[in-house]
Design a protein around this ligand. Structure first.
Ligand SMILES: Nc1ncnc2c1ncn2[C@@H]1O[C@H](COP(=O)(O)OP(=O)(O)O)[C@@H](O)[C@H]1O
Ligand SMILES: [Mg+2]
Length: 347
């Protein structure tokens, strides 16, 4: 047998269903949340846009539920235009407004336009096409961290004083930082909020069973494999993304060795890889300061005053970075009850 006519394809029926962009046909165990989003957003059908705020940990289904509702909405009515923007990729006022204009199929000259001109394009689109843009702003905390939340005022202004209409779904896994936003933004964007909680093990198992049915040949896996992947997701804070990725990587391990069935050893191997990938993704979210500070913290407790002395950085910046690192689970901190001094260590 030649090198390239191996048994490729005998594990995967449709590998695409494992990709992060894939939107399942059915969202399971999130009926309540899906219905709530639909209820809040349905005013657009009558020309009354509303904003919705979704928050909860990574892998709890926020993005999938929001996209699912908007897909249904667009299919149901010609009066809406869905736009998805991940603020991690588009993280400035200018890039977000441009991306909205692009998504509305509007011509934006290459030399660029001023923000107010982009806003005008968005408003004109609504009037011309008779459609309301419904915009998902995913990972919206990025805007707060980069001090680019001004674009939220732009979107607010479109509806309040500029005679246009847009509806927004804001999504975050950092509830705290969004709550620090200005009261005006909060009362308009965060008023209708839905909390997503981590999935329970049995729910992860159902999600994975569904995904396995859609993506793998039935002979290529059994219950034990799905259970092991769901269990791993459950231990990683009920994160469905980790569970789906583990199943995907396990299947790839088996495929790599030209086997027709996923074995538990494949899952074990894939676990390590998933953890490395997860760590890599978390690190991508850190800036240079955060990284430098992280490198100077070991697994032994160190007083933060010592760090301040050691690092040639602004104290305030160090404090902010330490907050970020702690929130993302890279470090932990404790306060000495007697002296009131703070110590940190790497996790
Ligand atoms: N209720 C669900 N039904 C089916 N698949 C789901 C469900 N919730 C999450 N998933 C899958 O799990 C992964 C992570 O979900 P996602 O919506 O991206 O979570 P979040 O946005 O909260 O981080 C995706 O691959 C998604 O398809
Ligand atoms: Mg998401």
């Amino acid at each position: 047998m030649g090198l390239f006519d191996s048994s490729e394809g005998e594990i995967f029926k449709n590998e695409e269903v494992f990709s992060p962009e894939y939107l399942p046909n059915e969202i399971i165990h999130r009926d309540k949340e899906v219905k709530e989003i639909a209820y809040f957003i349905k005013g657009v059908l009558k020309g009354n846009p509303a904003n919705v705020f979704l928050h909860g940990p990574t892998g709890s289904g926020k993005t999938s539920c929001a996209k699912y509702v908007l897909k249904e909405l667009e299919e149901y009515s010609g009066k809406v235009k869905n736009i998805y923007i991940n603020c991690w990729h588009y993280s400035t006022r200018y890039s977000i407004l441009s991306q909205i204009a692009y998504s509305l199929d509007q011509f934006v000259p290459r030399r660029g336009l001023a923000p107010d001109q982009l806003i005008e394009i968005i408003i004109e689109y609504g009037k011309k096409e008779g459609k309301i843009p419904v915009i998902i702003l995913d990972e919206v905390d990025t805007l707060c961290k980069k001090k680019e939340e001004g674009v939220l005022y732009d979107l607010l202004r479109i509806g309040e004083s500029l005679g246009g209409k847009v509806s927004c779904i804001l999504i975050t896994n950092d509830y705290g930082i969004v709550m620090k936003l200005d009261q005006r933004i909060k009362s308009s964007f965060v008023q209708r909020s839905i909390q997503f909680v981590p999935y329970r093990p049995s729910e992860l198992r159902d999600i994975l069973n569904e995904r396995a049915r859609a993506g793998l040949f039935p002979e290529s896996y059994d219950e034990e494999i799905v259970g092991a992947c769901a269990g791993f997701g459950a231990r990683n804070k009920g994160d469905a993304r980790i569970a789906v990725r583990l199943l995907w990587n396990s299947a790839k391990e088996a495929e790599k060795e030209s086997r027709k069935k996923i074995e538990i050893e494949d899952v074990e191997k894939a676990k390590k890889q998933v953890l490395v990938e997860k760590e890599g993704e978390r690190k991508e979210k850190l800036n240079d300061n955060d990284n430098e500070i992280l490198e100077n913290i070991s697994s032994e407790w160190v007083e933060s005053s010592e760090l301040y002395n050691k690092l040639n950085l602004d104290k305030r910046k160090i404090r902010i970075s330490m907050e970020t690192l702690e929130k993302l689970g890279f470090i932990e901190s404790k306060i000495d009850r007697n002296t009131g001094s703070k110590s940190v260590r790497k996790l």
